[in-house]
Design a protein around this ligand. Structure first.
Ligand code: ATP
Ligand code: MG
Ligand code: MG
Ligand code: MG
Length: 566
């Protein structure tokens, strides 16, 4: 590719609405542009990266025995009604009615579609196991899209769905997918940790999440160094077990059971359950009066927003209602924040809660933990919560005698054992060897393609720009022509042709701009190898090579350059 012909609109200034480094650099390096909140257009350089990630994913899926297929982006809502997810998925589900009055879903995931396919195509145990995958756009009406492509409304996901006659077979494929995921993240050059995860609105019996450890991640993972256990905080174990169920209670009524009673305790509970991700709390009495509002930092709270949080109903603030500003609290809410006698409902800004740490069972509007009672399920002692429940743990607590540690991370992939939840509802059955009809056991496996791209930038960057792992860099080599004399152009063309012929992906910077500008753009774009052809070194038959990660340049014979670089 010739830079002079390419659309790579780099910009110097850091875009003001981009909060984290990957978002900033994706805009600055001209990889993508926003067209609306949470929706982006990929430009050619960004698309090259996405394609590379998709190729790695595709190769590893194929190698694992999964078969590529493709479901439509729009599904009939009837399929979702059959599984109940038209309701369970909550407001994140994008829907529309077509001209004939039919309901449609903009697929956020495709269990229903693939189980529908399984129901029509699978008859016998002889066809099993079957593992189908697709790489396609998914749509989620995220409450608060942010961090660029890390939480966007439209994103590319690889999702796979497997069908099995029994548990053993499901377990085998589950582990094959688990291994394939490890290979994918290794090849894409992103560090990852695997944690035990919550099944969320997918349902099912077991799940692991692949998480890229980094400060800007929305998820919290908790782990023990000794013994090597790790969980998403949403999933961390409860010991001794208490019955925690996620049901639509519209609010966390049971948090406020007799004997709890204080906002402080509720806050403490929320702190440990939901961490600092929760920005707004609205406290309401049984009569529906708003008696308190808690907000954090940059969160904008106005009448419209409160009405929205209360499910569209109007509200009236009690005369003595309090608005607490808890800006700057390290975790959770600064306390003590006062007491309200008869608070019965606590509304948590659901979209914010659903991001990352979440309340147990949330990730869904108004689905909150029930049957958890502070004092019964965990004790509050002084400033520190002594826990049997790791979800409520803080730094310094132990589990099983082992110190617990915390890290933030980006969820890049998740694998689930679904059991028969979907196959029963949608009739994906098979005849076993004895001619008995049974529902298939299923698994499903998702990877966020765009998140892998952004995670790689979160992990690899410096003041000058992106530092790509070579496996997903938009180009492997950039040839920078430092000047436009015939000799330089000729040498550049020659090297470009040789490297291209050797299968190296090269961007030839033939633009009519200063060399300094070219160097800056090469760094910003993060191309792993830069070869500079300048007048001076060329006179000695040499070119200059520099790795993106190195500070030193080295001279190379022009004649040998293509061999060395390749
Ligand atoms: P999160 O907890 O971050 O909302 P999720 O658990 O809802 O993610 P899954 O349903 O497990 O996501 O989807 C599979 C993968 O799709 C995720 O592991 C993630 O990599 C990606 N993904 C999910 N939501 C988004 C989004 N809004 N933008 C970009 N990628 C996403
Ligand atoms: Mg989600
Ligand atoms: Mg998740
Ligand atoms: Mg997930």
């Amino acid at each position: 590719m010739r830079y002079s012909k390419a659309l790579i609109p780099t910009v110097k200034e850091t875009p003001s609405d981009a909060e984290i480094v990957s978002h900033q650099l994706m805009l600055r390096a001209g990889l993508m542009r926003k067209i609306a909140s949470g929706t982006y257009m990929y430009l050619p350089a960004g698309m090259r990266v996405l394609n590379k990630v998709m190729n790695i994913v595709r190769e590893e899926m194929d190698r694992s025995g999964a078969q590529e297929s493709l479901a439509p982006c729009v599904h009939p809502i009837e399929l979702w009604q059959q599984t109940g997810r038209d309701v369970d998925y909550g407001e994140t589900l994008g829907t529309f009615t077509d001209r004939h009055g039919r309901g449609n879903v903009l697929a956020p995931t495709a269990e229903e579609a693939f189980t529908f396919l399984g129901a029509s195509e699978i008859n016998s145990y002889k066809q099993l196991p079957l593992n189908l995958y697709q790489i396609s756009f998914k749509y989620r009406d995220e409450f608060r899209p942010r961090f660029g492509v890390l939480r966007s409304r439209e994103f590319i996901m690889k999702d796979a769905y497997s069908f099995h006659p029994d548990d053993e077979c499901l377990q085998k494929t589950y582990m094959e997918m688990y291994d394939a995921y490890c290979r994918i993240f290794e090849r894409a050059g992103v560090d990852y940790v695997i944690v035990e995860a919550e099944t969320g609105e997918m349902g099912g019996s077991g799940s692991h999440q692949f998480t890229v450890p980094c400060e800007n991640g929305e998820d919290v993972i908790v782990y023990t160094e000794e013994g090597g256990r790790a969980w998403n905080i949403e999933k961390a174990p409860v010991d001794p077990p208490v019955k925690v169920e996620a049901v639509d209670v519209g609010a966390m009524e049971d948090v406020h059971t007799p004997g709890v009673g204080t906002i402080e305790e509720v806050c403490r509970f929320l702190k440990t359950q939901a961490s600092e991700m929760i920005k707004t709390l609205i406290l309401k009495t049984a009569e529906g009066e708003v008696v308190g509002v808690l907000l954090r930092g940059d969160h904008e709270l106005n009448d419209e927003k409160i009405t929205q949080l209360l499910g569209g109903v109007g509200y009236e603030m009690a005369d003595d209602a309090t608005v607490f500003d808890v800006t700057g609290a390290a975790v959770g809410f600064a306390g003590p924040v006062g007491l309200a006698e008869n608070v019965s409902r606590v509304f948590v800004d659901p979209g914010v809660a659903a991001m990352g740490a979440g309340i147990s069972g949330a990730n869904k509007t108004d689905y909150h933990v029930k049957n958890v009672v502070p004092g019964r399920d965990f004790a509050i002692e002084g400033e520190k919560v002594q826990v049997a429940d790791v979800r409520n743990a803080v730094e310094g607590d132990t589990y099983d005698g082992k110190p617990l540690k915390f890290k933030r991370g980006i969820e890049v992939g998740q694998v689930f054992k679904l059991g028969t939840k979907y196959s029963e509802k949608l009739g994906a059955k098979f005849l076993d060897a004895d001619g008995v009809e049974k529902p298939c056991l299923m698994g499903c496996y998702g990877i966020g393609i765009n998140r892998i791209m952004a995670s790689a930038i979160e992990l690899g960057n410096d003041d000058n720009g992106i530092i790509w792992p070579i496996s997903i860099a938009p180009w492997e080599v950039i040839i920078t022509l430092a000047g436009a004399t015939d000799e330089i152009v000729e040498a550049g063309e020659k090297l470009y042709n040789e490297l291209t012929a050797a299968g190296v992906e090269v961007l030839l910077d033939d633009r009519d701009v200063r060399a300094g500008v070219k160097f800056k753009d090469a760094d910003l774009l993060g191309i792993p190898v830069r070869v500079t052809i300048g007048k001076k070194s060329l006179a000695d038959g040499k070119v200059e090579m520099k790795l993106r990660t190195a500070s030193e340049r080295e001279d190379m014979e022009l004649d040998k350059a293509s061999e060395e670089v390749a």
